[in-house]
Design a protein around this ligand. Structure first.
Ligand SMILES: [Zn+2]
Length: 75
């Protein structure tokens, strides 16, 4: 969920330390002139999509070979 700038309601890119005030870059520069007072907001995209490689699939299929009963032909 994106935070919004408290001044212009654009998407915020910075917030003030220890407060809930969010600012876009433009407003932050305008109001503070020094972005070192502000903390950059980072997107939380630290969960890459799961990948299934072909080697794993091949191993799974070979390990599930049918077991043929040795005593099938018994009179
Ligand atoms: Zn703004």
């Amino acid at each position: 969920m994106k935070k919004k700038c408290i001044i212009c309601t654009h998407y915020a890119e910075y917030r003030i330390k220890d407060t809930a005030d969010f600012y876009c870059q433009e407003c932050a520069e305008e109001n503070f002139g020094d972005l070192t007072l502000l903390l950059p907001l980072v997107d939380d995209t630290s969960s890459p999509p799961p990948t299934i490689d072909e080697n794993t699939l091949a191993l799974q299929s070979t390990s599930t070979l049918k077991h043929l009963p040795d005593d099938a032909i018994e009179l």
